[in-house]
Design a protein around this ligand. Structure first.
Ligand code: COA
Length: 161
């Protein structure tokens, strides 16, 4: 585990604004790039929605990209969804042009289920959304497989030195 998940608080507003003001980070999002006021409203709404809407969004500052943080966070969220909250199905959507996001969803074991046409209006027009999902039994199989893989990959002889 490389990422530690915790609820967002209003004290995180500066850290959120660090990415929310950047066009490249917001490219496939419905909102942004934000003014400081827009980020304050966004964080306030996200904090208020915490207990009522089981919905997440992955966004990292650019200098954090490509370090498997989103993959690690997604794995932890799936574990919470299936182990703690006993869900049967978890789904995710992303812009088809957002290759990094699609890679994360596949890497955590989700299956591509198809493309929904023109679901969201963003700055450059109506965008399609790719749908990915994983079922509880698929998650159990994949985590069991990963565990067996880990055990099989362990050296049979303890490394010396
Ligand atoms: C999408 C996002 C959350 C991914 O976070 P991350 O921590 O960089 O993701 P990871 O490092 O765990 O994995 C990224 C994967 O995409 C790949 N990738 C990264 N940038 C890529 C690019 N420009 N083109 C193709 N693949 C890319 C990586 O190689 C990796 O795949 P791999 O595991 O098969 O090697 C991050 O890029 C981000 O914050 N983007 C802006 C906000 C956003 O679009 N969020 C998603 C909303 S649906």
């Amino acid at each position: 585990m490389i990422v530690q998940l915790r609820p967002l608080t209003f004290a995180d507003v500066d850290a959120v604004h660090e990415w929310a003001q950047r066009a490249e980070v917001c490219r496939y999002q419905t909102c942004g790039p934000n003014t400081p006021d827009q980020t304050r409203s966004f964080v306030r709404a996200a904090v208020d929605a915490w207990s009522s809407r089981p919905q997440c969004r992955f966004v990292y500052a650019i200098d954090m990209w490509g370090r498997r943080f989103a993959t690690d966070a997604a794995r932890q969220l799936l574990d919470k969804a299936f182990t703690k909250h006993k869900l049967h199905r978890v789904f995710a959507t992303c812009d088809p042009r957002n290759t990094a996001s699609g890679r994360v969803l596949v890497r955590v074991g989700m299956t591509y289920e198809g493309r929904m046409r023109e679901t969201i209006l963003i700055r450059d027009g109506w965008r399609d959304s790719d749908l990915y999902a994983i079922l509880e039994w698929e998650y159990r199989q994949s985590t069991r497989g990963a565990l067996e893989g880990d055990l099989n990959n362990q050296p049979s002889v303890a490394p010396s030195g």
